[in-house]
Design a protein. Structure first.
Length: 176
């Protein structure tokens, strides 16, 4: 595969596996038209280099070939003046990124090693929540009882001391 183009290398690898485009498309979940364009070195319809790199990697993995040389070849030939790093530079940049601190680095080990303290804090929170709930329930029930007892007293007055009420005309009532 020495003088072959990137697309030709992909096509030869696929043919050597005895695979047709539709089978490769099924396995890679890449549209058959995109695979044909990759094999034809036609990268103009692929929206960005990151997609092309992903397609090449996925296609190579399907064909059981190492994707990195082909990705590097793509980046060398199709960078088109974009400010993109080659795959190896990108890997090196990843290694230089700062690590995200772990939980044990943020919270002192002495705190993490005292499960009793954590249990006590959880217990305290539960007790506070229970006290708040009980006080809210008490307020609601006392308000309801007061309203109920006032309504009961008024109804009792009406029942025990009836008034003489006469209907003079429709809508006009007179009490004596």
């Amino acid at each position: 595969m020495g003088d072959l183009t990137l697309g030709s290398k992909l096509r030869v690898a696929r043919e050597m596996k005895g695979m047709d485009i539709s089978t490769a498309a099924e396995k890679t979940k890449i549209l058959p038209q995109m695979l044909r364009e990759l094999e034809g070195d036609d990268f103009h319809r692929i929206p960005a280099p990151i997609y092309a790199k992903g397609f090449i990697r996925t296609y190579c993995e399907c064909l059981d070939i190492d994707p990195q040389p082909l990705i590097d070849e793509y980046m060398d030939k199709h960078n088109q003046g974009r400010d993109m790093k080659s795959a190896t530079e990108h890997k090196m940049a990843k290694k230089k990124r700062p690590k995200i601190p772990s939980l044990s680095q943020i919270i002192p080990k002495s705190t993490l090693e005292k499960p009793q303290l954590i249990k006590q804090l959880i217990g305290l929170v539960v007790v506070i929540i229970l006290i708040i709930l009980i006080s809210l329930i008490g307020r609601c029930s006392s308000t309801q009882n007061t309203t109920y007892s006032k309504d009961a007293e008024r109804a009792e007055q009406i029942i025990t001391t009836p008034q003489d009420v006469y209907l003079i005309q429709p809508g006009i009532v007179e009490a004596k």
